[in-house]
Design a protein around this ligand. Structure first.
Ligand SMILES: [Zn+2]
Length: 461
């Protein structure tokens, strides 16, 4: 009896072993991995000069294996990316494996000079995990995109484009339909183009400046680009007048710093106290000056798309010029140069607390304590042109006010970084300080702007 019992137990164990063995063989023979999910994302509508693409591949069961990304056009293809990972063997249900991958790729004429206009496909191949007798085809995903390589047409209409270093100028031009952005670039500065008021479709103009610290006009280019970054560009300045920066030495002493530093710190809570007068002064002169410049660039982005003025700009009446545009200043304390900064406006002095008037019609976009400029007013004159009035003792306009040429904005003073009662006056084009002298000159406006803009500029001077 006992022998028969143990005999049937053995039999059952034997059958169990066979079952486990069969299951193992079955799993190894047939358990291939599922197809990976592949997603191709593109932010741009076509392949152009340089088009970024994102590829996401995902397979969590047996993990990712061989991955391949190709760009295909007609008979031609280029391998853009290849990598291989070890997948889990069929009998393993857990363990280390690569479940997902993401690639950032850039394709386009700049990277594949063989691309032609038409269409091209991005092909992503992800190998599936095999079993002994199941070798499934890899998962393949293709994205077909148009290939556009022709930049927008760009033709200049203006003749006699004369630009002076630190000065302003205008250019009128025509762009093709595919242009989505155009204007003038001067080094890092961008002067956007706008539709020419009353002009034909595609007729554009840009007010621009050669920056005060740019010694030639080779970096000044007119450009137009389409939505896939194909770009036309050209040099267009016919004559350039260098106007090197002047230099000046500004002595600073404890009495001056003792007056201006605590007042600016009190009005500027975001500045951290450097612990002593000189370091605080240098911090104001560098960091706060740079922050104020950045704010002026930000303000210019909100500028109205219209000429808000129709007469020449007014200089301050009966004022003596104590400093003019584009001065490279060395600051000297106790015989040592402690800082260098560029002074980018006119300093105009008259009597104390003199009436400060708007240089032209516009909209007040800033009227408050403004860093190194103390109490200040900024007026938007449209198309990125602004005027700034600094060191005021009082303000008589509010942000959002429409002001007329000659209207009182406040009174002159010594607030901010000012040695004595004076007006600091700056004109800015898209945030870049430009020489105000031109804008005070009716002949310059006529010759440089009116002759090119004609009826688009409502100026009769
Ligand atoms: Zn000044």
């Amino acid at each position: 009896m006992a022998r028969r019992k143990s005999g049937s137990k053995l039999k059952r164990l034997f059958f169990l072993a066979i079952l486990v063995g069969l299951a193992y063989v079955g799993v190894n023979a047939f358990r291939s991995g599922p197809a990976a999910t592949i997603a191709i994302e593109h932010a741009l509508p076509a392949i152009g000069k340089s088009t970024p693409l994102t590829v996401k591949v995902n397979e969590a069961t047996r993990g990712l294996g061989a991955l391949k990304v190709e760009l295909v056009q007609g008979e031609r293809s280029e391998l853009l990316h290849e990598e291989e990972h070890v997948q889990l063997p069929p009998w393993k249900f857990w363990g280390p494996r690569v479940e997902e991958k993401q690639f950032e790729l850039t394709v386009g004429r700049q990277h594949q000079d063989w691309l032609k206009e038409g269409t091209a496909s991005l092909r992503v191949t992800a190998g599936r995990a095999p079993a002994w007798i199941m070798r499934p085809d890899p998962a393949v995903e293709e994205l077909e995109l148009p290939v556009r390589l022709r930049p927008p047409t760009l033709t200049i209409s203006s003749r006699n484009v004369f630009a002076a270093q630190g000065g302003s100028e205008v250019v009128v031009y025509q762009v093709g339909e595919s242009s989505v952005e155009d204007g003038v670039r001067a080094g890092d500065w961008v002067f956007p183009g706008f539709p020419l008021p009353g002009g034909q479709p595609g007729q554009r103009f840009a007010l621009f400046s050669v920056p005060y610290d740019m010694p030639d006009a080779t970096q000044v280019k007119l450009y137009a680009r389409d939505d896939v970054n194909n770009e036309s560009q050209m040099n267009f300045v016919d004559r350039f007048f260098p106007r090197p920066l002047t230099t000046d030495t500004i002595p600073v002493n404890d009495r001056f710093m003792g007056r201006v530093v605590p007042a600016i710190l009190a009005q500027t809570p975001e500045l951290t106290d450097q612990g002593n007068l000189l370091d605080n002064y240098i911090n104001i002169n560098r960091k706060l000056r740079a922050q104020n410049a950045e704010t002026l660039i930000e303000l210019s982005r909100e500028s109205e798309e219209a000429f808000l003025w129709d007469e020449v700009f007014l200089p301050m009446r009966n004022a003596k010029v104590t400093s003019s545009f584009a001065d490279r200043r060395s600051y000297v304390y106790n015989g040592t140069v402690v800082d260098h900064q560029d002074h980018l406006g006119y300093d105009l002095a008259s009597v104390k607390q003199d009436k400060i008037e708007a240089a032209n019609d516009g909209v007040v976009v800033l009227s408050r304590y403004f860093g190194i400029y103390g109490y200040a007013v900024v007026i938007d004159h449209g198309y990125g042109l602004h005027s700034l009035y600094g060191h005021l003792s009082s303000l008589s306009v509010a942000e959002g006010d429409t002001v007329e040429r000659g209207q009182e904005l406040g009174r002159s003073g010594v607030t901010g970084l000012a040695g004595g009662d004076h007006l600091h006056f700056t004109m800015l084009l898209h945030g870049l300080p430009v020489n105000p002298k031109e804008w005070w000159d009716p002949k310059w406006i006529r010759d440089r702007l009116k002759l090119k803009l004609r009826d688009s500029l409502p100026y009769e001077g």
